[in-house]
Design a protein around this ligand. Structure first.
Ligand SMILES: Cc1cc2nc3c(=O)[nH]c(=O)nc-3n(C[C@H](O)[C@H](O)[C@H](O)COP(=O)(O)OP(=O)(O)OC[C@H]3O[C@@H](n4cnc5c(N)ncnc54)[C@H](O)[C@@H]3O)c2cc1C
Length: 439
């Protein structure tokens, strides 16, 4: 009887924002349903390490059911969220993998943290040729393509084709692009150095293409310059003020600021440029009249609720927040923003149940980190600028700290220690087959 009367909270998305909301509600007198199309929480900041064979998928993902196995008031539901009925206070669902799925699920409070996707600037046909590392599945596609490129180059008799296999283009020099470029550099120059007989992996060309005038634009210019030096040491060529204007199965076309175009023959293109908010924002905007910006982000009130719907919270990568002066503020698309917002939404729910007011959401910026390779990173922590080994140690500790699951922390720590000592990468596997080979 008591359970039937409990306040019903539906949380959409078991990523950084949604997970924190549920963690902060699990001891509250509420019934929580966490809906995600995946059965695991993914630690996206390390998917690029899966893409480059440094870590295995299970080390950076954790089953949602395992996280909440002791919390009887938390139900995990694997389903696709298709839409909402804000008047009836229902979430509309459709099945994943043909699983039996309720059509709707009712809520008293709804928290939506659906994240974002990479945007290909309106060129959806480029997705086929330029994979990204946002999801575990796409990170595995990148891993296959990178490793297959070296295999193909080893047996390719034609010099031009071989060069094309050994040319890697990374589009976008934000933290993800820089990290992937650095990892491919290490793979080619260090890990694979002795693995092949006909090719020298160290001759691989790694091009990092950025439309802006520097890499890591959210960091201070001095750290961008240090990152470029570290990338160059790993054999990465940094091409700033260049835009990729075409991508196909033979490579990319790059245009410089003067308008000159250059085709680059490459069989492996990795996309790390531009994001667009989850398509759930369009549905919520249509139903509530909330504004959306050019990147699809929904504008929410200072307490992260939808205009006119105090019972609906939206947060994380998919929103920008209206401040007290009425301006819409875009916060960085990083995990700490989503985590703090998830915890904040849970606090508002708990405060409301106790008839308490909660002050507006305030983001506490703890700094910016990016790693470039072995013992090389940059960190900007409240004005303290670090680079090299010290920044790398900070990066390691922060990532281990936030990785979900004690077991994963231990596994990743062991894996990184072994890789550091041996220069190896234990997950360099090509797993392309969709069914098991018969012989
Ligand atoms: C490659 C990469 C590297 C990054 N590195 C860093 C970093 O080093 N540091 C940092 O702070 N941030 C980093 N980020 C950004 C960080 O991962 C995001 O800011 C954070 O994940 C946002 O959290 P979120 O809750 O908004 O969305 P997400 O964590 O993306 O979670 C969204 C969840 O919603 C689910 N979902 C979405 N739509 C539906 C639907 N219709 N039905 C059911 N489920 C749905 C998804 O399956 C997912 O689990 C990185 C991102 C990427 C892609």
């Amino acid at each position: 009887m008591a359970a039937a009367e409990a306040h019903r909270v539906v949380v959409v998305g078991g990523g950084f924002g949604g997970l924190q909301a549920v963690l902060k509600l699990r001891k509250a007198p509420v019934d929580v349903t966490l809906v995600d199309r995946r059965n695991f929480h993914l630690f996206q900041p390390l998917t690029y390490q899966v893409a480059t064979g440094a870590l295995s998928p299970g080390e950076i993902a954790y089953p949602l059911r395992a996280i909440f196995k002791r919390d009887k008031n938390v139900r995990v539901l694997m389903a696709e969220v298709d839409g909402f009925d804000l008047a009836a206070r229902e979430v509309r669902l459709s099945p994943v993998e043909d699983l039996p799925t309720p059509q709707t699920i009712a809520y008293d409070t709804l928290i939506v943290s659906g994240g974002s996707l990479y945007s290909y600037f309106g060129h959806d046909d480029w997705t086929e040729h330029a994979a990204e590392v946002k999801s575990l599945e796409s990170a595995l596609v990148v891993r296959n393509r990178l490793l297959l490129a070296f295999e193909a180059a080893e047996e390719e008799p034609d010099l031009q084709h071989r060069e094309s296999w050994l040319t890697f283009v990374i589009v976008g020099a934000g933290p993800t692009g820089v990290e992937i470029a650095g990892q491919i550099g290490e793979l080619a120059r260090d890990t694979l150095r002795r693995d092949f007989r006909r090719i020298d992996p160290r001759t691989a060309r790694i091009l990092l293409v950025e439309a802006g005038d520097r890499v890591l634009a959210t960091f201070p210019p001095s750290l961008s310059a240090k990152a470029v030096r570290s990338l160059e040491r790993l054999g990465v060529t940094v091409l700033t003020e260049r835009t990729v204007i075409d991508v196909d199965d033979s490579g990319v076309t790059i245009r410089d600021q003067g308008g000159s175009e250059e085709p680059v023959s490459s069989r492996t293109v990795v996309w790390a440029a531009g994001v667009t908010a989850s398509s759930l924002t369009a549905k919520l905007a249509e139903l509530s009249g909330a504004e959306r910006d050019r990147a699809g982000r929904l504008t929410v009130e200072p307490d992260l609720t939808l205009p006119g719907h105090p019972e609906v919270f939206a947060l994380g990568d998919m929103v920008r927040v209206r401040n007290a002066a009425g301006e819409s503020v875009v916060l960085p698309g990083v995990a700490p923003v989503a985590m703090q917002q998830g915890r904040y939404a849970a606090k508002v729910v708990r405060d409301r149940l106790r008839s308490r007011e909660t002050p507006p959401f305030r983001y506490r910026d703890k700094g910016n980190l990016a790693t470039i390779g072995r013992a090389a990173a940059v960190a900007d922590i409240k004005g303290l600028r670090l680079s090299g080994f010290l920044a790398w140690m900070v990066w390691l500790l922060v990532h281990l700290w936030y990785l979900v699951g004690f077991q994963n922390r231990v596994l990743v720590f062991i894996r990184w220690t072994i890789s550091f000592a041996t220069h190896g990468r234990g997950a360099r596997l090509i797993t392309r087959w969709h069914s098991a080979p018969r012989s």
